[in-house]
Design a protein around this ligand. Structure first.
Ligand code: ASP
Ligand code: MG
Length: 402
């Protein structure tokens, strides 16, 4: 069996953790499997490298930043190789360059175009454990690129797809994907399985277990993923196209995102093109607007509200104010004290009445819903931030604790 494993930064943070991971790799190798292992930079290395860069240049070129960031993962693979060598196992470490992970030219947010498999195959044929630096590739200028924060997940999925791996395991510091944040909801339980689409919804809402792009890629290439802990020996959560529970479970998980802000553009002229001008201002500023609502105001005007990532709120507001004359509105208000609570489940497609149960939970808790947005597999509500944990717990009780 060919197994691709990926270990995140916390799993290789120090010598003890590296030894622990080496044990997991060795165990699988000694069972006769072909092992390709992707590693992240140790602990907070990537953040520390960014800090070092900032000390010397407030705005370094992205090329040099990638040159620097790529070194973090290189340390991990070399150290892991030494540890496995000391255990007497055949091993080789390879950078993205050595493997031939070709990306587009986009420094710091590169996309993988192609993965060469020759070198990997050759090393596997020599019965070596192959360690690959995550998060990095090479562009058409033969320069190092990085794939964006959390990019090692994407490296692992790309390798699993290119090698037609039998298994792709993503090891992290949590035991899998839960029905809700287990630190906040004591009754939360680990999911055996989750669909790609559900995972994408949960990931984009702050359940930061897997990088979104890695899930998109896994879906596209049909790579089944398993998320599991490197510290606790227990089965994790499988991420796949269709799950058994889709039929039985009405919902799969509840997530909360507090890093959001609501913008309201007040008294926009009620005429064709207004919404376009407001949202176009966001597009030009590079701000992602979500949950867009238009409400009728007084005399020939509307209020247009939407949600943005909290760290983009200032930029969004500026972009609107700069264009106030052209768009035609009275003022913009920003509310940062909000949270988005989302209920996700592929089972929603086939069972009715789920929205009513969700809204009843808010009602019983006397929590006012400010905005609502639904899709085939998701119901999101914007509420005030202070009530968010209570809302999640109440919804969780209704669906999972009866
Ligand atoms: N080391 C990179 C980061 O911290 C990539 C990764 O860990 O996946 O974002
Ligand atoms: Mg990660």
């Amino acid at each position: 069996m060919l197994i691709v494993q990926k270990f995140g930064g916390s799993s290789v943070a120090d010598a003890d953790r590296i030894r622990n991971v080496a044990g997991i790799i060795a165990e699988n190798y000694l069972l006769g499997h072909e092992m390709v292992v992707v590693l992240s930079a140790q602990g907070d290395t990537t953040d520390e490298l960014l800090e070092k860069a900032a000390e010397l240049n407030a705005d370094p070129s992205k090329r040099e930043l990638d040159m620097l960031l790529a070194t973090g993962e290189q340390q991990s693979i070399a150290l892991m190789a030494m540890c496995l060598e000391a255990m007497g196992l055949p091993v080789v470490s390879l950078t993205g360059w050595q493997v031939g992970i070709r990306t587009n030219a986009d420094y710091s947010a590169a996309r993988i175009r192609r993965v060469e498999t020759e070198r990997l195959r050759r090393e596997l044929d020599k019965k070596r454990i192959v360690l690959v630096a995550g998060f990095q590739g090479v562009n058409k200028f033969d320069d190092y690129t990085t794939l964006g924060r959390g990019g090692s997940d994407t490296t692992a999925v790309a390798l699993a797809a290119a090698l037609h791996a039998d298994r792709c395991q993503i090891f992290t510091d949590v035991e899998g994907v839960y029905t809700a944040d287990p630190r906040k909801v004591p009754g939360a339980r680990k999911l055996e399985e989750i669909t790609y689409d559900e995972m994408l919804e949960l990931a984009s809402m702050g359940a930061q277990v897997l990088m979104n792009r890695s899930v998109q890629m896994a879906k596209r290439y049909g790579v089944e993923l398993e998320v599991l802990s490197s510290l606790v020996r227990a089965p994790g959560t499988k991420v796949k196209e269709v799950t058994r529970s889709m039929e039985e479970m009405k919902i799969t998980g509840i997530a909360k995102d507090e890093n959001v802000a609501r913008l309201t553009v007040a008294d926009v002229a009620d005429r064709p093109g207004s919404a376009f001008r407001v949202l176009n201002a966001m597009a030009q500023a590079g701000v992602n607007a979500d949950m867009i609502i238009q409400a009728n105001g007084r005399e020939q005007t509307n209020d247009i509200s939407f949600v943005v990532a909290e760290d983009q709120a200032a930029k969004a507001r500026e972009a609107l104010i700069e264009r106030q004359k052209a768009i035609g509105f009275d003022h913009v208000s920003v509310d940062r004290d909000i949270a988005k609570v989302s209920v996700v489940g592929a089972g929603m497609m086939s069972s009715s009445g789920i929205a009513a149960v969700v809204f009843e939970a808010f009602s019983d808790e006397h929590i006012n819903i400010q905005m609502i947005n639904t899709s085939e597999i998701k119901i999101s509500c914007v509420i005030d931030a202070a009530s968010a944990d209570r809302a999640v717990a109440a919804i969780h009780r209704r669906f999972f604790e009866t």
